[in-house]
Design a protein around this ligand. Structure first.
Ligand code: PCA
Length: 157
């Protein structure tokens, strides 16, 4: 089934951070109780964006500043409406994150995928190193820390 409306609808989502394979929140996408997610392929954003690591928990943030930064590498998944609702909970949408459809370039085609962006940011975040591809275990040494605290990202807004 495909399409964007009605019961049983499927959606494409582009993940660039902790939801990728091998990253600390990937289990959200594989947990059956959260809904379904099928890996489609690797892709990159057609538009450049800043991808930085910030907050005291070393969270990766995609900032809504088109044209600044890099074409971001990530993964495309086809998910059901239940999984989309659960990702919205994880990303605290719409309070802390917004999501919108972005053009993602895969090997042989373009897909329009839901992508989460931070809602607003301190100007100083644009001074941070801008990545192309996120990994919690990267050379930056800023390992992601889990937190259920509601004020997790207050220090970046
Ligand atoms: N996980 C989401 C958005 C930010 C994050 O940590 C992702 O991987 O796309």
């Amino acid at each position: 089934m495909s399409g964007g409306s009605g019961i049983g609808a499927f959606f494409k989502v582009f993940v660039y951070g902790t939801l990728k394979r091998g990253e600390p929140n990937h289990h959200w996408l594989t947990k059956p109780e959260n809904g379904t997610a099928n890996f489609v392929g690797e892709g990159r954003t057609a538009v450049k964006y800043p991808l930085v690591i910030a907050s005291r928990y070393n969270i990766p943030f995609l900032l809504d500043v088109p044209g600044t930064g890099n074409n971001i590498q990530g993964e495309v998944y086809e998910i059901d409406d239940k999984m989309l609702s659960n990702l919205d909970i994880l990303e605290d949408y719409p309070t802390y994150y917004t999501r919108r459809k972005e053009s993602i370039l895969l090997d042989d085609r373009e897909e329009h995928c839901w992508t989460y962006f931070l809602n607003g940011h301190k100007p100083s975040m644009l001074q941070l190193p801008m990545m192309t591809s996120y990994s919690s275990a990267g050379d930056h040494g800023l390992v992601y820390m889990e937190s259920n605290n509601e004020s997790t990202i207050d220090d970046v807004l």
